[in-house]
Design a protein around this ligand. Structure first.
Ligand code: SF4
Length: 177
């Protein structure tokens, strides 16, 4: 197992899988969904479009790596409207990904990796965009969607489920190395 995969496994993710980073495709239609305001953070964060960067640049950056490791947190919900379980799982995924980034940094490997999160950056209670500079430019993470990735497609590419069945919730991020 690669050292990045070992570091990820130590964070306790529920599912992990890898594929070639050369397979990743940044799709304009995903950016169109961002612009349509589906998640309501378009143009409201340094970590989201349009501030996070051009799709073409993400495509080049992602394909320059060898491997893509998807890391996933999955939780059971009491019913389809179990917001508490959704929020808890989302927070757990964010914490695991941030801990993984820290572990990669401590291993001296951060310059050789690129990490994409699930959802927008929530390091600050309120993002400074666009009035002031980002408070933590070295720590903020762009989401898989903001990089143009179709998360369900990438999950299929790495061989893990995107949807784990009725009354489950799954959050996915990835590390390129
Ligand atoms: S670190 Fe703070 S200022 Fe920077 S993108 Fe995240 S929320 Fe916004």
């Amino acid at each position: 197992m690669n050292v990045i995969e070992e570091l990820a496994q130590a964070q306790g993710f529920d599912f992990m899988g890898t594929c070639s980073a050369k397979e990743l495709v940044a799709r304009p239609e995903v950016r169109s969904m961002c612009a349509a305001g589906k998640c309501q953070v378009y143009g409201r964060s340094w970590a989201c479009p349009p501030a996070c960067g051009e799709l073409e640049d993400f495509q080049k950056q992602m394909n320059a790596f060898d491997r893509c490791l998807v890391v996933q947190t999955v939780a059971q919900m009491e019913d389809d409207f179990d917001v508490e379980a959704m929020e808890e799982a989302g927070e757990l995924q964010k914490r695991r990904v941030l801990d993984l980034v820290e572990a990669i940094d401590e291993a001296g490997l951060s310059a050789e990796t690129m990490t994409l999160s699930a959802g927008t950056c929530t390091l600050c209670a309120e993002c400074t965009y666009p009035d002031e500079a980002c408070r933590f430019p070295g720590k903020r993470l762009v989401s898989m969607e903001a990089a143009g990735l179709v998360v369900s497609e990438v999950c299929t590419q790495v061989g893990i489920p995107y949807n784990h069945g009725p009354q489950t919730i799954a959050y996915s991020g990835c590390v390129l190395y």
